[in-house]
Design a protein around this ligand. Sequence first.
Ligand SMILES: Cc1ncc(C[n+]2csc(CCOP(=O)(O)OP(=O)(O)O)c2C)c(N)n1
Ligand SMILES: [Mg+2]
Length: 186
Amino acid sequence: MRRLDATGIVLKHIGDSAIVSNLGPTTDEVWHSGLRARNFYTYGAMALCSSLALGMALVTKEKVVSLDGDGSLLMNMGTIATIGRERPGNLIVVVWDNEEWGQTGHQPSHTAMGTDLEQVAQACSIPKTATVSTEEDFEAVFQTALASDGPWFIVANIQETGYLPVAPIEPEMTVYRFRETFVGPA
Ligand SMILES: Cc1ncc(C[n+]2csc(CCOP(=O)(O)OP(=O)(O)O)c2C)c(N)n1
Ligand SMILES: [Mg+2]
């Protein structure tokens, strides 16, 4: 499964829900799939994607989707424990697991050496978890996650097949556009 195709599946089903995207290729591919005010693109802020999404999920009732990366999540594994502790039912974490710190030169990450992030999530008492490797399985579990209470933690195994151009992210504009549309507590 390619991340760009899986990103298309996310966007096909997401409706108006919020997406927070990991730095680097994840954000680039979300950006090139179409500018969307409900996308919170991170840029340079490694390891903070799911922490930001957790914070958002705790102050809204709408679904919040974190599109994270294995390397970033490994750098801030404590956020998995905090998600398991707070358990916001509206949070969906998707980890694009390419088993590497891709953007900085394809260095193999811990998931290439045996670390199982789904098991980490289960051990942190995140109630809904899955690991998928095909577009069909990803689409099915992502639709289930959107339609049910979470938090969800989905490891999506992907293959790198080359990068799109770096997206021209302007962090101030991301915050401005996103804030204008954010649906706070009812
Ligand atoms: C605090 C910090 N350390 C290091 C970096 C450099 N850096 C940028 S992207 C990246 C790799 C991220 O890996 P992953 O989240 O798996 O995403 P991938 O590139 O594989 O899509 C690193 C180490 C950074 N931006 N910030
Ligand atoms: Mg990676």
